[in-house]
Design a binder for this molecule. Structure first.
Ligand code: 7PJ
Length: 276
């Protein structure tokens, strides 16, 4: 049985798990002031938990292609009250951040996982994560969010992404982050073309063979739009197919917007697999 250690929680990864996405960026809940945003965000998180989410990923910095960076104080003001409340309610909370100070404050407020699209490469990030007992999700990204989709290039995307993630995991272990706290993520859409993303989905078993659990984030991403011709608001079916494709290749956690539908799809998939 594979257990992921996440602060006071232990996440059993013998069945696939669902991470619900909670964006607390101004563009995601655009109208209203801060309090309104916070209550809406909390209600959305509670809905996802009721729908069967195993953990909630709280992000205050948009990392979409072309998004502008946000300062530390602004990010803290957005995410900390939400993390604090959800953790008080007993949820397993992940913080989606690149900033060491946000990592520390988030874990102090109850976050049990640090999800870093930059794989703890900012100065001080490794040490910040090591100073906590939270799990870490190390994601691969080529370039930086603002420009990463301009002209992504690899000699061999699978080999390079795998090598990068293994190096980052080893750096974590070197500063005292135990193996059973580490998750790897190929970072779909982060400096990758459709062809790169498809190669990485197909090669998920090669990432799983590292021995670290793998998280896959494909929900509503533009590659699914490229395949189906549909806008982000109409990619539910595509996202479910992508989640199942990832889980069938060994992904342990899927990061999704549509929790209820994903939980149902995974129930059917795991039931069929168990019956085999
Ligand atoms: C991911 C993420 C992902 C992890 C985002 C979006 C873009 N964190 N944060 N993996 N994507 N670990 O949700 O479309 O794929 S933000």
């Amino acid at each position: 049985m594979t257990m992921l250690r996440c602060g006071p929680h232990a996440l059993d990864l013998t069945r696939p798990r669902v991470m619900g996405i909670l964006n607390v960026t101004p563009d995601s809940f655009s109208d209203g002031g801060r309090f309104f945003d916070r209550e809406r965000a909390l209600d959305h998180a509670r809905r996802m938990l009721a729908d069967g989410a195993d953990l909630i990923d709280v992000g205050g910095e948009s990392t979409r292609p072309g998004a502008a960076p946000i300062d530390e104080a602004g990010e803290l003001a957005r995410v900390i009250p939400v993390i604090d409340e959800l953790a008080r309610e007993g949820a397993l909370v992940s913080v989606d951040t690149m900033k060491p100070a946000v990592m520390r404050a988030a874990v102090a407020a109850g976050a049990a996982m640090i999800n870093d699209v930059n794989a703890l490469r900012l100065p001080g990030a490794l040490e910040a994560a090591a100073s906590t007992d939270a799990a870490v999700c190390l994601m691969h990204m080529q370039g930086e969010p603002r420009t990463m989709q301009d002209a992504p290039q690899y000699d061999d995307v699978v080999v390079q992404v795998r090598a990068f993630l293994v190096e980052r995991a080893q750096s974590c272990e070197a500063v005292g982050i135990a193996r059973d706290r580490i998750v790897l993520d190929p970072g779909f859409g982060f400096g990758k073309t459709l062809a790169h993303n498809l190669a990485l989905v197909r090669a998920l078993p090669e990432l799983v063979s590292t021995g670290y659990p793998v998280l896959a984030g494909l929900s509503r991403k533009s590659s699914l739009g490229a395949i189906t011709g549909r806008p982000g608001s109409d990619r539910l079916a595509a996202s479910l197919a992508a989640a199942l494709a990832a889980v069938a290749r060994g992904a342990s956690i899927v990061r999704v917007h549509d929790v209820r539908e994903t939980v149902d799809a995974l129930k059917v998939w795991t039931t069929v697999e168990a019956a085999g």
